[in-house]
Design a protein around this ligand. Structure first.
Ligand code: 5AD
Ligand code: SF4
Length: 464
C-alpha cells in the first residue's frame, strides 16, 4: 500500500536560517558517517544507504567533526536500544550548533515505529524516515537539500521488493544477502512485524545471481538474512522452500561458507537438517531462539512450539551433525513468568548445553500484546533471573569450548584483533571467534588454526 499522505518527513523547522544550501549542493566530496544499531538486517540496510550516498558524491569518514551528514540506522527491539540511539543523537546537538550545515538523518526501525516521537525528542535532527522508505532516501535527501523541507508519500506497508544494486560490503570476503523481508509471526512481545512489515521472499534466481556476483568479486562466505529464514518461499506459487534454496546455493563454485539467520523452531523441518548434513558449505551452526523453557510462557508468547518439539529438533541436529554448535535467544521476565516457569528455562538451558546464548530482559514495546498483559514482572526480579541464567550459560559455554582445546579448526580470518595488533581474529565454521598470532595478509583467507586455550567468549589459537 502506498498511502499518499503528503506528510512532512521529519523536517527541522529551525533550518530556515541555518542552511544556505545551494553551495552545499554543488560541493564535491561531501563526507558521511553512519552509525548502525541492532541486527544484521540493519547492517545490510546501512550498506545500501551508504551506497546511495556514494552515488550522490559523498565519501565515508570516521570523524564526526569532518562529516557533512551523519546517518543513524536505529533499532527499537528493546527500550535500551532506543535509549542508546536517543543518547547518541542527542550528543550531536552541540556539533550541530557549531556546524549548522551538518545534516543529521535518523532511519531504521525506531523511525518507522514513531517518526513524531523522534522529531519531538531530538528536534535538531533534519531527516527521519523508516524502514519502508529506505529506497526513497536519495529523493528525500535531495528534496531536503533543495527546499529544507520534505514532502513525500509514506509507505505504510513495504510490500514491494526493490531490486538490489551492487553495494560495497563491510568485508570484501564475507557478505550478507537478504532472502526474506518482514515477519508474519507476531510473537506477542515483538515489535518487528510492525516495523518491518509482512513476509516477502526474494526470488531464488535473484538471490543466486547476487551470490554468484559476490563470489566473482572475492566473497567466500555469505550470510542469508531474514527474520525467519525458515519461512522462505511460503508466498511462492510453486513449492520452493529454504532447503531448496540452500541446495542451489551449496552448488555455487568458489563459495566456501554459507550461514543464515534467524531460524524459527516452528518452521524448522527434518528436510532442512538433512540438507545441512549433506551439504558442503552450510556451516554447522544453528541459532535456534527458544525464548523460554516453559510451555505456558511459550504459548503466551505465541511461539507456536512446545519445549518437547524444540528438544526433538535439538536431538535430531545432534544426531545428524554431532559437531554442530547450537546457540539461542532467551527472554526473562515475560509477563506472568513465575519462579517455576523461570526454573523450567534454567532446566532447558542445562539440558541443551548451548554453545552460547543471547539473554534479554523482557522490554514492553507499546503496540505489542505483551506490553498490555497483566502480571508484569518487577525489574529487580527480572535482573536477578538474568544474572542466574547468564551464570549457568557461561559455565556451559566454557565447558563446551574447553572440549575444543587441541583441535585444529578451519578459520576464516576477519581482521586484526581489537585488543592486540599482533593477533588476528577469525571465525570457525561453528561461529566461534578465535584469536591467534598472525598478520594482515591473512585477512579473508581460510586457514587451519589449532585451539590452544578456550575461554567463555572466544578461543585462543596458533596457526599450524
Ligand atoms: N524484550 C526483550 N527481548 C526481545 N526480543 C525481541 N523482542 C523483545 C522484547 N520486547 C529478543 C528475542 C529475539 C531477539 C532478537 O530479541 O529474544 O529473538
Ligand atoms: Fe519477532 Fe517472533 Fe518475528 Fe522473530 S519471529 S522477528 S521474535 S515476531
Amino acid at each position: 500500500m502506498n498511502k499518499d499522505t503528503n506528510n512532512d518527513i521529519a523536517v527541522n523547522n529551525d533550518m530556515e536560517n541555518s542552511l544556505n544550501n545551494t553551495n552545499n549542493l554543488e560541493k564535491d566530496n561531501q563526507k558521511f558517517l553512519t552509525v548502525t544499531m541492532g541486527c544484521q538486517m540493519n547492517v545490510r540496510d546501512t550498506e545500501i544507504m551508504e551506497q546511495m550516498l556514494r552515488e550522490m558524491n559523498y565519501e565515508a569518514t570516521h570523524e564526526q567533526e569532518d562529516a557533512d551528514l551523519i546517518l543513524f540506522n536505529t533499532c527499537c527491539i528493546r527500550e535500551t536500544a532506543e535509549n542508546k540511539a536517543y543518547g547518541r543523537i542527542s550528543s550531536l546537538k552541540k556539533l550541530k550548533e557549531k556546524n549548522p550545515n551538518l545534516i543529521i538523518v535518523v532511519a531504521g526501525c525506531m523511525a518507522q515505529k514513531d517518526q513524531e516521537a523522534v522529531r519531538k525528542r531530538v528536534p535538531h535532527v533534519d531527516l527521519v524516515f523508516g524502514t519502508h522508505n529506505l529506497h526513497q532516501f536519495p529523493d528525500l535527501l535531495q528534496e531536503f537539500k533543495r527546499y529544507h523541507h520534505v514532502k513525500t508519500s509514506i509507505w505504510e506497508e513495504d510490500e514491494g521488493l526493490v531490486p538490489v544494486l551492487p553495494t560495497k560490503r563491510k568485508y570484501s570476503f564475507s557478505a550478507s544477502v537478504n532472502i526474506v523481508y518482514g515477519c508474519n509471526n507476531f510473537c506477542t512481545y515483538c515489535i518487528v512485524p510492525y516495523v518491518r512489515g509482512r513476509e516477502r521472499s526474494r526470488l531464488p534466481e535473484d538471490i543466486i545471481a547476487e551470490i554468484k556476483e559476490l563470489v566473482e568479486n572475492g566473497v567466500k562466505e555469505v550470510t542469508l538474512l531474514g527474520q525467519n529464514v525458515n519461512s522462505y518461499g511460503k508466498n511462492f506459487k510453486e513449492a520452493f522452500d529454504f532447503s531448496d534454496l540452500l541446495i542451489e546455493i551449496d552448488k555455487i563454485d568458489g563459495l566456501e561458507r554459507v550461514r543464515y539467520m534467524t531460524s524459527h523452531p516452528r518452521d524448522f523441518s527434518d528436510k532442512l537438517i538433512d540438507t545441512i548434513a549433506q551439504s558442503q558449505k552450510i556451516c554447522e551452526h544453528f541459532h535456534l531462539p527458544i525464548q523460554s523453557g516453559s510451555d505456558h510462557i511459550l504459548k503466551e508468547m505465541n511461539r507456536g512450539y512446545t519445549r518437547e518439539m524444540y528438544m526433538n529438533i535439538v536431538a535430531k541436529i545432534r544426531q545428524r551433525i554431532p559437531n554442530a554448535s547450537i546457540t539461542t535467544d532467551i527472554i526473562v521476565g515475560f509477563p506472568g513468568e513465575t519462579d517455576e516457569n523461570f526454573q523450567e528455562t534454567m532446566e532447558l538451558v542445562n539440558d541443551v548445553q548451548y554453545d552460547s546464548a543471547f539473554t534479554f530482559i523482557f522490554s514492553p514495546r507499546s503496540g505489542t500484546p505483551a506490553a498490555k498483559m497483566e502480571d508484569q514482572v518487577p525489574i529487580d526480579v527480572k535482573k536477578e533471573r538474568l544474572q542466574k541464567l547468564m551464570e549457568l550459560q557461561n559455565n556451559s559455554s566454557l565447558r563446551i569450548n574447553k572440549a575444543l582445546e587441541g583441535q585444529i579448526l578451519q578459520v576464516l580470518v576477519e581482521k586484526v584483533s581489537d585488543h592486540n595488533s599482533d593477533m588476528m581474529s577469525g571465525r570457525t565454521r561453528t561461529n566461534k571467534i578465535i584469536i591467534f598470532p598472525g598478520d594482515e595478509g591473512m585477512i579473508g583467507k581460510l586457514i587451519p588454526v589449532q585451539v590452544t586455550r578456550a575461554q567463555t567468549w572466544n578461543l585462543m589459537g596458533e596457526t599450524v
